[in-house]
Each structure stands twice: as C-alpha cells, then as structure tokens.
Design a binder for this molecule. Sequence first.
Ligand code: ADP
Ligand code: MG
Length: 242
Amino acid sequence: MIQIENVSKWYGTFRVLTDCSTQVAVGEVVVVCGPSGSGKSTLIKTVNGLETVQRGEIHIDGIGVTGPRVDLGKIRSRAGMVFQGFELFPHLSVLDNLCLAQTRVLKRDRGTAQKRAMQLLERVGLAAHRDKYPAALSGGQQQRVAIARALAMDPAVMLFDEPTSALDPEMVNEVLDVMTDLARDGMTMMVVTHEMGFAQRVADRVIFMDGGRIVEDCTKDDFFGDTVGRSERSRHFLSKIL
Ligand code: ADP
Ligand code: MG
C-alpha cells in the first residue's frame, strides 16, 4: 500500500533523510519511533506529499507521490493524516468539520456527507457532540474528531504523527483505543509514536529512525525481543522510554 524507495531529502544543505526505504502492506500497522529530530515527521509527511523529496520514489496504492506530475488532491484523499495538534477548523461545528472536505473534494451531497459523518462520530463515540465547536471539546475528543474527519474521506491508509503527545495523560488512551479499533478493522496505518504499549499491542512492524536514517525495520517481536543484531542505538532508546 505504501512504498518508500531510497528517499533522501535536504533542507538547504542539511540532509534530513538519507536513503530511506520501507514498505507498508495492505492492512499492516507500522510504528515509527526514534529520538527527537531523527526525521520521523519529515518521513511521514513525504508519504502524502506534504514534503517533497529530492531523491527516491514514493507510491501510495500504486499512485506516485514523487515526480513531476503529482496529483496531490488524489494522494491526500488516499492518505488521511492526523497530527499532534488537532488542527480542526475552529469556526465549524464538529459535524461541519467532518463534512467540509467530503462535499468540496469528494463532491458528496450534503445529506450523504452528513450520514457518513454521523457513522464516524458514532464510531469514535462523539455523535452527541455533533453541534459543538472544537473549543468546547477536550483535547482527546478533538483528536477523535480529527481521526473521524480523516476517515470521512475513506482513505486507503492513515498516517499519524504523534497523535497523543499533546494530550493530557488521562486522554491518551481514548485516542489510542480509537486507533486500535481502526487497526483491528484492517486499516493500513503508519504511526509515529512513542507509545510503546500501543506498539506492542497493535503494531506489526516497528521502524526506528536515527539521524535521518531508518536504522531498524523489523517485526514487533524482533523489536521488543532480545534479538541479536539490534542496533545499540535502538536498545538505548528503548531502555530510556520503556
Ligand atoms: P522528528 O519528527 O523525528 O522529531 P523532524 O522530521 O521534525 O524530526 O525533523 C528532522 C530534522 O529536520 C530536525 O533536525 C529539524 O530541526 C529539521 N527540520 C524539520 N523541518 C525543517 C524545516 N522546515 N527547515 C529546516 N530544517 C527542518
Ligand atoms: Mg516529529
């Protein structure tokens, strides 16, 4: 579903990504972790074209993300993204947050968009909050709305960049539960997170990044197990956060 091949990226003369290659299969959940500044956000943003790359190729569901004639609208409707900050439209109700891109981008009529929105609000447990504005919701509720809004585009993959790191601790689990439910339902997911409990429960594979490189790319069991050949850097990282 996602193919990343030999991707390198520079900000000016600073090389932020070096020869990154990996794939995410249909229905697979891949957790990306690593120290701050290691290039996790940059890598995940290249997947839906939010950041361009100078070298390498990326495809989502067979659609080229890199290259000269990229259809960014098409790519973004295939790949839903949820960020650390909730990024909801503050002047729109919860329901309208979920309907806007459905009507504008997918050209759904208002009735169809609202019906899909309500299904998704039920799914994340927020149907009763449909008429509220984002500011009236807790951080955890806002992030669940953001997930529902991304799902409203019926994406083929979901990309998450530290979706729980701006939340108060008591709200982390309600968001992870929604993500777990999504994964169990077969969604293809790439998730930047330091929630290693989530990784242990839900991930199929774990990627560890350091200094703009993919240093480890292995099954969850190998990552959390005591496999010979694990890099010293990722062992050290894990020992700090577990
Ligand atoms: P992570 O998400 O792992 O913390 P990022 O992908 O955000 O890392 O950043 C990787 C590196 O690239 C960091 O050193 C960061 O300072 C740098 N960086 C990120 N965005 C920009 C930018 N727009 N311009 C210049 N440098 C950037
Ligand atoms: Mg980041």
